[in-house]
Design a protein around this ligand. Structure first.
Ligand code: NAD
Ligand code: UGA
Length: 464
């Protein structure tokens, strides 16, 4: 069996960095080199100011860095000396041409495959770590085969299921590891080689081996099912608000049915993150491509419901503040798409603040991990108004009390733990009256806030 001594990972992002750090930590005899075209990111991985915020990650990196974990921009060298190459590059939604706004943009995958084909002089196992449309391995094989120079390749699919904010625990203790490959003797040998890497710390019964296409499709399906649960409970939150039912009670009541289960039923201002929306759009595109319009429409509805939820939250703020927020200060707590990450991709904060700025609000934001530059760049990307206007209308504060001082309303967007222990009496004193709280996460103790004097509006909670 192929013994893996050197691993290369192309892409040092939210997936490549943590996954390779854990492989290096758990497999000290394997040299793991993570490469990227982004020199700034690689430089940051070599310091204690890692380019991504992830609890527990620095400790893992420090244990292996310099021993058998390396970060480099020398992509050619790392490819050349490795028997196994992970592709962990970004696969965003296409913003141009055929499939614009839906299909996955595979240009970074294609470039990586071409690079591997150009550089390799010995046999390689190429592992798809990025999330990819089903049958992408076919295209990768075609690219690798074009200029094989006698080199033999095996392509495996090994999608990543970690969630941001809990990446290290997810990687240390995964529900499962999925490895898909060709069902040929060479394919099965490659599957076994990758299995033996994970088997250093993952029990074998949790390592699932499948065909290539099943593995690729399982990743998109897993994300679609998770996001679907959030859209389902969010749809019910709207019904709760008009009937006086409580969405948390409903979620608890249905979640105790073991057939449904309790996870991913937390109603919110809408799911964000780099993957749910992009992966469902990709699934919808694939269904349309394979002429399955009913299936495409079914999954599209998950996105439609999520957009509705974000819009509904912002509209509720405007409606409650006497139908206008023009010139009013709205304090926003949280910009990241969930707690314990500095990632803001597709965060509900972007859309909610854009909506409020359209109604000429003055938005003041506090987030413990997100720098101001990311917030402005997120907003500018929407191109709703000139960058100078965003700068003028959106204030970024380093202190939550400053963000909420003189505000007419507080909007809770991210469920950071520290928001629960703020001095809410002080905040009430410093705000305009009536002082509103719009809790997009049902994070706070609403009864206590009402006692202080706040008017509280929460997701899926009707008027009492
Ligand atoms: P990311 O944008 O954080 O990182 C991707 C990195 O790849 C970037 O640093 C980029 O510079 C680099 N890159 C792009 N093209 C390159 C090339 N040709 N050569 C070298 N480097 C190159 O993305 P991410 O969040 O790590 O996601 C990567 C993939 O993993 C995506 O397909 C995503 O869907 C999937 N995924 C992400 C998560 C998550 O939590 N973020 C979880 C599971 C799966
Ligand atoms: C998600 C999946 O959970 C991972 O398994 C997957 O690997 C990853 O996508 C990916 O492919 O990128 P992630 O987006 O990092 O992980 O974080 P989640 O915990 O899934 O949260 C996604 C969004 O849903 C967040 O905005 C979160 O606040 C929201 N959410 C989550 C809810 O609104 N309610 C819930 O009950 C759970």
């Amino acid at each position: 069996m192929t013994k893996i001594k050197n691993i290369c990972c192309i892409g040092a992002g939210y997936v490549g960095g943590p996954t390779m750090a854990v492989i290096a930590q758990k497999c000290p005899e394997i040299k793991v080199t993570v490469v990227d075209i982004n020199a700034e990111r690689i430089a940051a991985w070599q310091t204690d100011e890692l380019p991504i915020y992830e609890p527990g990650l620095l400790e893992v990196v420090k244990e292996a860095r310099g021993r058998n974990l390396f970060f480099s921009t020398d992509i050619d060298k790392a490819i050349e000396e490795s028997e196994m190459i992970f592709m962990s590059v970004n696969t965003p939604t296409k913003t141009y041409g055929v499939g614009k706004g839906r299909a996955a943009d595979l240009k970074f995958i294609e470039l990586s495959a071409r690079k591997i084909a150009e550089i390799s002089k010995s046999d390689k196992i190429v592992v798809e770590k990025s999330t990819l449309p089903v049958r992408t391995a076919q295209s990768i094989k075609a690219i690798l085969g074009e200029q094989s120079n006698g080199v033999k390749y095996q392509v495996l699919s090994n999608p990543e299921f970690l969630a941001e904010g809990t990446a290290v625990t997810d990687l240390h203790n995964p529900d499962r590891v999925l490895i898909g490959g060709d069902q040929t003797p060479e394919g099965l040998e490659a599957i076994e080689a990758l299995t033996s890497v994970y088997a250093h710390w993952v029990p074998r019964e949790r390592i699932i081996q499948t065909r290539l296409w099943s593995s690729e499709l399982s990743k998109l399906t897993a994300n679609a099912f998770l996001a679907q649960r959030i859209s389902s409970i969010n749809s019910i939150s709207a019904l709760c608000e008009v009937t006086g039912a409580d969405v948390d009670e409903v979620a608890y009541a249905i979640g105790t049915d073991t057939r449904i289960g309790s996870k991913f039923l937390k109603s919110s201002v809408g799911f964000g993150g780099s993957c749910f929306q992009k992966d469902i759009l990709n699934l919808v595109y694939l269904c349309e491509y394979f002429n399955l319009p009913e299936v495409a429409a079914y999954w599209d509805q998950v996105i439609i419901m999520n957009d509705y939820q974000k819009r509904r939250f912002a509209q509720n703020i405007i409606h409650s503040l006497f139908n206008t927020v023009s010139g009013k200060k709205i304090g926003m707590l949280g910009w990241a798409f969930k707690k314990d990450t500095n990632d803001t991709r597709e965060s509900a904060a972007i859309y909610v603040s854009d909506f409020l700025l359209e109604d000429l609000a003055q938005v003041s934001v506090y987030d413990p991990q997100v720098p101001a530059a990311s917030m402005y760049s997120d907003l500018n990307y929407l191109q709703t108004r000139p960058a100078a206007e965003n700068k003028q209308m959106l204030e970024v504060c380093k202190d939550p009390y400053e963000a909420l001082k003189d505000a007419h309303a507080v909007a809770i967007i991210t469920e950071w733990d520290e928001f629960k222990t703020l001095d809410w009496e002080r905040i009430y004193r410093d705000m305009q009256k009536p002082a509103f709280i719009f809790d997009g996460r049902n994070l706070l103790d609403h009864e206590n806030l009402r006692k202080i004097g706040f008017k509280v509006k929460a997701i899926g909670k009707g008027e009492e």
